[in-house]
Ligand binder design. Sequence first.
Ligand SMILES: Cc1cc2nc3c(=O)[nH]c(=O)nc-3n(C[C@H](O)[C@H](O)[C@H](O)COP(=O)(O)OP(=O)(O)OC[C@H]3O[C@@H](n4cnc5c(N)ncnc54)[C@H](O)[C@@H]3O)c2cc1C
Ligand SMILES: NC(=O)c1ccc[n+]([C@@H]2O[C@H](COP(=O)([O-])OP(=O)(O)OC[C@H]3O[C@@H](n4cnc5c(N)ncnc54)[C@H](OP(=O)(O)O)[C@@H]3O)[C@@H](O)[C@H]2O)c1
Length: 610
Amino acid sequence: MSPPSGIIDPMASLTTPPSFPNGFTNKGAKSSHHHHHHRLSPEYTIVEQPIGTRRPLRVVCLGAGYSGLMMGIVFNERMKNANAEFVIYERNADLGGTWYENRYPGCQCDIPAHNYAYSFAANPEWPNYYATSEQIHSYMKDVAKQYEVEKYIRLQHSVESAIWNEEKGKWDLKIRHGSNLIRDECDVFINASGVLNNWKWPSIEGLESYKGRLMHSAHWDSSYDFTGKRVACIGIGSSGIQIVPKLANVVKNMDCYVRSQTWISPAPGINEPTANDPEMDKDYNFAESTLELFKDPKVLRDYRAAIMNRRAENFNRVIADCDLQKQAQDMFRKSMTDRLGNSEKGKRAAELLVPSFPVGCRRQTPGPGFLEAIIQDNIELRWDDVSKITERGILTRSGVELEYDIIVCATGFDTSFKPSFPLVGRNGVNMAEKWENDVPKAYMGMCVPDFPNYFCFVGPNSPLANGSLILGIQATAAYIYKWMEKMQTEGIRSFEIQDDVNEEYNQHIQKYLERTVWTRDCRSWYKRGTIDGPVIAIYGGSIFHLLEAMKNPRWEDFKMDRTPEAKINRFSYLGNGTTLREAKGGDIGATQTLDFDEFWNLFNLPQVHD
Ligand SMILES: Cc1cc2nc3c(=O)[nH]c(=O)nc-3n(C[C@H](O)[C@H](O)[C@H](O)COP(=O)(O)OP(=O)(O)OC[C@H]3O[C@@H](n4cnc5c(N)ncnc54)[C@H](O)[C@@H]3O)c2cc1C
Ligand SMILES: NC(=O)c1ccc[n+]([C@@H]2O[C@H](COP(=O)([O-])OP(=O)(O)OC[C@H]3O[C@@H](n4cnc5c(N)ncnc54)[C@H](OP(=O)(O)O)[C@@H]3O)[C@@H](O)[C@H]2O)c1
């Protein structure tokens, strides 16, 4: 297939006669030497500007969660004076995404707070080793203020469609703000809509006929009083196991509907403190003296680094069948059976719950108080027992109708990666349809064939269980920055990841994943709710591996289309022979460094991964 007009095909000059701007032809060219001369337009003129001059660029980001906020920080810190416009459209009434929306009782981040913060914006005041959703939300608000990101965010603006316009080389956007439909356009469209953002009701027969109260974990009504209520709770993912122990304390009785085994880890989080950690109480609240210590940024930095190192060690057990994995299974099994105890109820729960698949196959769930709650007198574990939902409650498989005041659905999100609005790229390709017909595949989790000038945060096969997702989000933002700088300074009108590159990339990732626990026999949203489907959510390597892979963009993996000046001569951006710094009378003496390391860091990216 030949590329659409206006797209530069790196192989074109080898296989087809070159075409010429300005009506020039090569008729009569005698030798390849002449041929080259003749290709060039005699009317070529120097663009009278220094190298590095940025062409105008309008960038729109969808979503102000952890990802959109990170993009905003990069903009404020590096592109404020870069001839670029930036807007974040956020449909909610506040920023925060996950941490604004999820307010079910017990909602907290099970990654240590000091590593869930942006790596450059530590918060010495986290009161506990782990942070609640409210605390993370308020941290995000502080960060947005500190890095002046609020000015970019348009709240209660919902993106309703994004359609690539080939003629303009821009994205046409429709945005809903109350009853207004706003049109906007941008050169670069960044999708930071979050993979765990579209909560959904479970597909259970009769759900809509239920006359009692229905509540979803991600759409919680905090004003509802559970005291003395008869409750059903469906699902034991990360949300369900946090909700159950909180409700167990106040409800009259609760039935927990569970249909899959799951590993409940011994500790309240994924990455536990050790005896060497600074002082904290048994509930992991940092001691006053510890909070005092953390006021020293260097002390806190060392502590954050130590937690990150522990986390990296944890990654090693994702290789299925390795010794570390076997040890984890033994330890988890013992902890689960110990906690469930020797009562009939406890023994039965252990039989049902303790998995036959490796630790981490489904997302690891640390459930403080969960196992203890399901053996309480007023709580019942109902194994795979939903036949259908009725007006009054749940009809069990044995044909008994159980009545409830409220049914809590901790049943998760639409994790198909399909955009919830029309996202239409080159040649009318609709992303949702593309990923209905084929497995969602993105290059480094970010770029998708047919979608020029498009990036996605936390797209398919992202580092959701590979170490720190936050570092992945930071790396994505830095990578996007590099592309935008290139577009602005080297005459790139559009870029698109090549299809065969994306296929090869994904083949490698899938091949690697075969070695890991994620491809083993468990039902998981990492596999779109299947047991043996392809793993579409997780990256193939450690987070540090991903940082290394993304450090230097592989421009050769993309097709590019040039701006009109760059079409005449791709080096037109070299301009008038001077640099911006010189033109501004800036300091060239900064090239004189103290030592080799300083020189190297000035001329290259510093090494942080080896
Ligand atoms: C309950 C819960 C707990 C979690 N705990 C952890 C954890 O412990 N560790 C971890 O690493 N990760 C955890 N995660 C994953 C978490 O989602 C990510 O860590 C991170 O917060 C994702 O940020 P994001 O900005 O990519 O997406 P989100 O936070 O989902 O933000 C997306 C934003 O896009 C907006 N948006 C969506 N569609 C539109 C539209 N059409 N127009 C305008 N705006 C739109 C949304 O309103 C939202 O604000 C958890 C997720 C959940 C749900
Ligand atoms: N503390 C944290 O860090 C934290 C907290 C919450 C969420 N999260 C993140 O968010 C992700 C999603 O968590 P989640 O708990 O909201 O969703 P989830 O992991 O997808 O769990 C959904 C649960 O509901 C069950 N379920 C779904 N449909 C059902 C049906 N029709 N009938 C019966 N049961 C049904 C599932 O059972 P099956 O497994 O059998 O399908 C599963 O137990 C997590 O994996 C994690 O990444 C993190």
